[in-house]
Design a protein around this ligand. Structure first.
Ligand SMILES: [Zn+2]
Ligand SMILES: [Zn+2]
Length: 645
């Protein structure tokens, strides 16, 4: 029987566009892993979908004066399209608003309720009399008890980032009507997470192969003692609670979302017209379950979801591995929708090819620590590695062979150098494969790139452009070996760069699909006619990108030494300053800092100027550039001045 691999990927919240942090955090690593396993002949089921319930969506709908349904329809479509464009190869990417999902969630909920794992508890909650409803935490605003800022939400303060208990807030208000809510008691249902503590400890005890951050995080949660979690919300947008007396409440979105892994598997089976096929992954003890997510999502997958499964049906498989990533940041700052620090997926897909994006995210993946999306590094890695090393090798080999032979040339007698090529391919197959097997994606790609680099050296050392004139047979052998490298590279990079790998595969004259890892080592079909090589990757120019992304980077800032300062003949507040910019020469500049500095205070100092502005005339005297200065809250202007020691 084929190995079964289940891959669950965190469900993106349908309340906004995806950014690159999401892709690097879980979608790309999951896809690389899925593609690799399919190449190894394993039976992969990879599912996810948009997470469409919960208060952030109802709040967005209210702000945009539309319905929650309209919001989730918009983002579910956008997410689905983006995943496809990026080549994230889900077997099913569905939604939490399907009928199937609702029935699976309600079934688990009711089963847990009947087994006593979900129980009723009377708790205090805020009630708004004007709106005649209970208010979930996101519907409450007030003053943060930690930083004293207005506008903190009932669950978290955006200003200081602290998580809050609703009742800690000062001067609470109803977010819907602005009225003052009152405290009342109401029944809610709770999931008895605490009952699973010892079972979880037992289960997690042999997970020493987990990433250390995941294991540490989960163990810390367990050590702290597990607290039962509310599983119902005062909301009308969500899945109905299948227990009498809770008609006005809905199932809490965290419970709803994690259940998607099972419901999507069942939905996919129905689509295959084999309704119980999901059991091959969920009830077969040899199947392995991998969950991909970013680090903020770890406890939901290492503690909460396993507890729900244990309580619901002990015959279902628990996670085998949870290779959660750290964060991808943007030039050192964490991606954030509220602070608009992000590179949005719909935008970047309009500007760059998916493989160029996938390459940089893979080689720079936040596997063990946070990493950064840097535009200059993106351009450098694209141009030097993807175009310069990898694309260049394939292009020169295929073009040269095509021009001089038109087909895959015959292999003659092999020398030591040629045998080394074969050896390198075999070693790389093990190295890349082993890395992918253990979700070390960066390392795997690095090994593939090293093989491309080796290919360039082999090509150069054998000088086929000379051989073609005086020893065509030997030339054919060299090119045959190069094409073997090309073939192997197409296979090794297929999980990372699926679009270009398919193109390379076709260039080699293959009519079948690239679908087997062992193809990396297989014999080439001598005499196969090569397809005309197409351009695989494009060189990028930083100026094209950065101008659009960051207007500040257009400024050319320079240090300049003040040689002379004179009063402007026709203005009270202006100085005419002579500057020395070193290699850029000397120039004069007019600045309105006379009220703040004497001539002697500036003379001889080094200041910073913007040197690439259009010259302007100020009261008749030309000024080439602008010096940097800023005003404080008293109206005092200070020069940005360098003291040199
Ligand atoms: Zn605060
Ligand atoms: Zn209200």
């Amino acid at each position: 029987m084929t190995d079964k691999i289940f891959i669950g990927v965190a469900w993106p919240y349908a309340n906004g566009s995806l950014h690159l942090g999401h892709i690097a955090g879980c979608y790309l690593p999951a896809d690389i892993f899925a593609r690799y396993n399919r190449l190894k002949g394993r039976d992969v089921l990879m599912v996810s979908g948009s997470d469409e319930h919960g208060t952030p969506i109802t709040i967005t709908a209210k702000n945009e004066k539309t319905t929650p349904q309209a919001i989730v329809d918009r983002y579910s479509k956008e997410h689905t399209d983006n995943m496809k464009q990026l080549g994230i190869s889900f077997d099913l990417f569905t939604r939490t608003t399907t009928k199937n999902h609702k029935s699976v969630v309600q079934d688990i909920f009711l089963t847990l309720y009947e087994k006593g794992y979900i129980y009723k508890k009377n708790i205090e909650a805020y009630y708004c009399e004007k709106c005649s409803r209970y208010l979930p935490d996101r519907y409450i605003e007030g003053i943060c008890p930690h930083c004293n800022k207005e506008g903190a939400r009932g669950d978290q303060c955006d200003c200081c980032g602290k998580l809050l208990d609703t009742f800690e807030l000062i001067n609470v208000r109803c977010k819907l009507c602005g009225g003052i809510p009152i405290r009342q008691t109401t029944d809610h249902l709770f999931f008895a997470l605490s009952k699973f503590e010892s079972k979880l400890l037992d289960w997690i005890s042999d997970k020493d192969y987990w990433k250390s951050n995941v294991l540490k995080f989960s163990n810390n949660w367990l050590k702290g003692g597990l607290i039962d979690r509310a599983v119902t919300r005062d909301l009308s947008w969500g899945i109905d609670i299948p227990v009498a007396g809770f008609e006005k409440k809905r199932i809490y979105v965290w419970f709803d979302a994690v259940t998607g892994y099972l419901s999507a598997s069942k939905e996919w089976s129905k689509m295959q017209e084999k309704p119980s096929k999901w059991e091959e992954w969920w009830k077969n003890k040899d199947a392995k379950h991998y969950y991909f997510l970013a680090k903020d999502n770890i406890p939901f997958h290492s503690i909460i979801w396993p507890s729900m499964l244990m309580g619901y049906d002990e015959s279902l498989n628990l996670p085998y591995d949870i290779p959660a990533n750290e964060y991808l940041c943007l030039s050192g700052e964490q991606f954030s929708k509220s602070r608009s620090v992000a590179v949005w997926v719909p935008d970047i897909l309009q500007k760059f090819d998916p493989d160029a994006i996938r390459y940089y995210l893979s080689i720079n993946m936040p596997e063990n620590k946070d990493s950064n999306w840097l535009w200059n590094d993106f351009v450098a890695k694209n141009n030097d590695e993807l175009v310069g090393t990898y694309g260049n090798f394939i292009h020169r080999v295929v073009t040269f062979t095509s021009k001089n032979f038109g087909e895959i040339p015959k292999l003659g007698k092999l020398n030591d150098k040629d045998n080394e090529v074969l050896k390198k391919i075999e070693t790389a197959s093990v190295e890349v494969g082993d890395s992918l097997e253990h979700c070390h994606f960066k390392k795997g790609l690095r090994a593939a790139m090293n093989l491309a680099q080796f290919g360039n050296v082999y090509f150069d050392q054998n000088q086929p452009w000379i051989l073609v004139k005086n020893d065509k047979e030997r030339c054919g052998t060299v090119l045959h070996m190069c094409l073997k490298l090309v073939q192997a590279l197409a296979v090794f990079t297929a999980p990372y760069l699926p679009f270009s790998s398919d193109k390379i595969w076709k260039m080699l004259g293959n009519k079948t699909l690239l679908n087997d890892w062992d193809n990396a080592l297989s014999e080439l079909n001598e005499g196969y006619s090569l397809e005309k090589p197409t351009l695989l990757f494009k060189k990028l120019l930083l100026e094209d990108i950065v101008e659009k992304a960051d207007p500040f980077s257009k400024l050319d800032l320079r240090t300049a030494r003040v040689i002379e300062v004179e009063n402007h003949p026709d203005a009270d507040k202006l100085y005419v300053i002579q500057l020395d910019l070193g290699p850029l020469g000397k120039r004069s500049l007019v600045a309105g800092i006379k009220p703040y500095y004497t001539q002697d205070e500036i003379k001889g100092k080094s200041i910073i100027i913007v040197s690439n502005l259009k010259p302007v005339k100020l009261r008749g005297i030309e000024s080439k550039g602008m010096l940097l200065a800023a005003e404080d809250d008293q109206g005092i202007v200070s020069l940005l001045c360098l003291k040199r020691f």
